[in-house]
Design a protein around this ligand. Structure first.
Ligand code: TRP
Length: 336
């Protein structure tokens, strides 16, 4: 049976936090070990330029994210791991797709509509601060996916619309030029632990400023865990595990047995300080080794660069095999 092409991009804005690890890094690396999959993971650094116009931030974030994935066990022999901006075929396909994409389709994209709504509500010009990069974001994302004929695209819920747009665009191109672009499918992990809560109990997210760092020092990890919001129940008073961020995060790192034990301790009235200590020990145990690898990789940028260059060579050869015939079908051929 032909392997399924599983492809996903990681926008390189910001520093990875515990929520990224539990929701994206860990499950993607696990899935990449499945022999039925051929995986393509990439740093979406062209996408990062849409949100971030600080070159230093762009530079450091892509390095941190590359080191994070490698430290967490991504095997570059098994997974094709590359930077989007190293694959010129993606930029090329982006234009070919742009020329068959209806503007009306882009008008409906949530990210763009959200930005317009913010402006309108503030009684500003609807287009204020909106670049063509933001408006055309779904076309670039389609190029990322279609350049590899990906079958499955693991993403967060908020990205489903973009995958549907990639299908629309691919369908349009197939219709016009008789091409064979594969229509991709979104894969969304709806499991209980996929969405980690942050310090304040809302979804852990950089935009809520409620994150727990992934690879900062043990001390900072402990400090962050101590800041998780709890209620005022005293030691000895029963606590509700179903309404506790401490318990939720614990469960995301624990075995079934450990989870059951902690559940009982909550009912028995474990002190918040004690529960947090156990949470810290559990998380720190899972991350300790990876943290060391991460620090070593951050100190050896040339090694990371070499891995990404090798990934880019592999990725480009696949993308070329898809983009070259496509160009030709559109009339971009040598004169003869
Ligand atoms: N837009 C995605 C996000 O913000 C990242 C991304 C860029 C991506 N290109 C992609 C994800 C292609 C999957 C496939 O999460």
């Amino acid at each position: 049976m032909a392997k399924e092409i599983v492809l996903t991009g990681i926008t390189t804005s910001g520093t990875p936090h515990l929520g990224n690890y539990v929701g994206a890094v860990r499950p993607a690396i696990e899935a990449s070990l499945d022999e039925n999959n051929e995986s393509y993971f990439f740093l979406a650094d062209y996408h990062a330029l849409i949100k971030c116009q600080d070159p230093e931030r762009v530079k450091s974030s892509r390095k941190e994210i590359a080191a994070t994935w490698l430290a967490c066990g991504l095997d570059p022999e098994k997974v094709c791991f590359y930077r989007q901006s190293d694959i010129s075929e993606i930029a090329e396909l982006n234009w070919l797709l742009t020329c068959v994409t209806a503007k009306g389709l882009m008008n409906r994209a949530h990210a763009y509509k959200g930005a317009v709504d913010v402006n309108v509500n503030a009684e500003q010009d609807a287009d204020l601060g909106i670049t063509m990069g933001l408006f055309c974001y779904p076309v670039l994302m389609s190029a990322d996916i279609l350049a590899f004929n990906a079958n499955k695209v693991p993403v967060g819920r908020d990205q489903i619309q973009h995958i549907e747009m990639a299908r629309d665009i691919a369908g349009r191109l197939n219709h016009l030029y008789g091409q064979q672009l594969v229509l991709p499918e979104a894969v969304v992990d709806d499991s209980e632990t996929a969405l980690l809560k942050g310090l304040d109990g809302r979804k852990m997210s950089k935009s809520y400023n409620n994150t727990i760092p992934l690879f900062e020092s043990e001390k900072k990890l402990k400090k962050a865990i101590n800041k998780i919001k709890t209620n005022l129940l005293e030691p000895g008073e029963a606590k509700d595990p179903n309404d506790s961020t401490v318990f939720d995060i614990y469960r995301a790192f624990a075995t079934v047995e450990q989870t059951a034990e902690m559940h009982q301790k909550f009912l028995d009235g474990i002190a918040w300080g004690e529960a947090k200590k156990e949470l810290f020990n559990l998380v720190n145990e899972e991350l300790g080794e990876a943290r060391e690898k991460y620090n070593a990789l951050m100190d050896a940028p040339n090694d990371v660069e070499e891995i990404l260059q090798a990934g880019a060579a592999k990725a480009r050869s696949r993308a070329q095999s898809i983009v070259t015939p496509l160009r030709e079908s559109m009339g971009l051929v040598k004169f003869s």
